[in-house]
Ligand binder design. Structure first.
Ligand code: URA
Length: 247
């Protein structure tokens, strides 16, 4: 992006007119690289961090974010009764239709990708082209080698047989076990159903990674952060790789 006037940049990046944008600048609501700028003619470009009323503003038409979804929040449009992930996304991003890619259950925590890149979202969710996702699960009962073998073979459920999945037991005792699970599908309650078919109930489920994206330790529950350009490139590469594999 070549450098443009700040008021133009703000008008391009949200649903506000150029004069509304200029007023916001004069009112001291706009910061560039952490400093308040009151001149709408100041030029901004690639690499400048612009915020409006504390919310990040980005010029690109397509945007990519990761959210650390907390427990108790629905992955859905606004619900009226229960909080949804939309309540955690700044209005400027909602106006640009930055939406979750896939779903996590209400009680599941962890990495949720959000974007308004419909083509990439579609490719990431297309059957047979799913990227690998890594979860950490706490389940009732002792997980053992037979569970690992069953996940690797593909757990048979009432309506479909899951694709082979990775199960790594992290700790196991009579009452409760912890395990890392790697799946590349995303069917409704998939992991809970896979464990249930093996006689274990999921007590807690956390998504630690989505394709090449890892949930960083410093992103707290409820936290949202923009993907770095390298992360977006890695996601695209993962989609291409998965489509090669699946034919
Ligand atoms: N599998 C589940 O059962 N729940 C989720 O939220 C994600 C995967």
């Amino acid at each position: 992006m070549s450098a443009v006037r700040l008021d133009k940049y703000l008008a391009q990046s949200g649903e506000r007119t150029r004069s509304q944008a200029a007023r916001a600048v004069r009112d001291g609501l706009v910061q560039v690289n952490g400093a308040t700028v009151r001149d709408p003619a100041v030029k901004v470009g690639e690499g400048d961090e612009v915020t409006l009323a504390g919310e990040p503003v980005h010029d690109e038409a397509v945007q990519y974010y990761m959210l650390h979804k907390p427990a108790g929040v629905l992955t859905a449009a606004r619900d009226g009764r229960a909080p949804t992930v939309m309540d955690l996304v700044p209005p400027a991003l909602l106006r640009r239709h930055v939406l979750p890619v896939g779903r996590l259950d209400k009680d599941t925590t962890g990495l949720l990708l959000l974007t308004n890149d419909g083509a990439l979202a579609h490719a990431l969710l297309a059957p047979g082209r799913h990227v690998w996702k890594r979860y950490v699960a706490r389940v009732t009962g002792r997980l053992d080698g037979e569970d690992v073998a069953a996940f690797a073979a593909g757990v048979s459920l009432s309506d479909f047989t899951a694709l082979p999945a990775g199960l790594t037991v992290l700790s196991a005792d009579e009452e409760e076990s912890r395990a890392a699970v790697e799946v590349r599908e995303g069917k409704y309650h998939q992991i809970k159903r896979m464990f249930s078919a093996r006689g274990h109930e999921v007590v807690a489920l956390h998504r630690a990674s989505f394709g090449p994206l890892r949930l960083p330790d410093d992103l707290p529950p409820g936290g949202l952060r923009r993907l770095a350009p390298g992360e977006v490139a890695a996601l695209r590469a993962a989609v291409l790789k998965s489509s090669d594999k699946e034919g």
